[in-house]
Write a protein that binds this ligand. Structure first.
Ligand SMILES: [Zn+2]
Length: 54
């Protein structure tokens, strides 16, 4: 199996992308998090998906 398999890649991307990033401290939190696990801020944003690869 290679990593270039599009289905595997899609699953992998979904796992990586489904995170929330704290705007204050930059910590990664689970997608279902309401508050940041590090600084407990509620200012979380969903990690953006990058279109295309470099
Ligand atoms: Zn934080």
């Amino acid at each position: 199996m290679s990593l270039k398999d599009p289905e595997l890649l899609a699953i992998f991307e979904r796992r990586v992308v489904l995170k929330k990033v704290c705007r204050k401290c930059g910590a990664l939190n689970p997608i279902n998090a309401v508050k940041c696990r590090r600084c407990r801020s509620r200012d979380l944003r969903v990690k953006k998906r990058f279109a295309g690869k470099k």
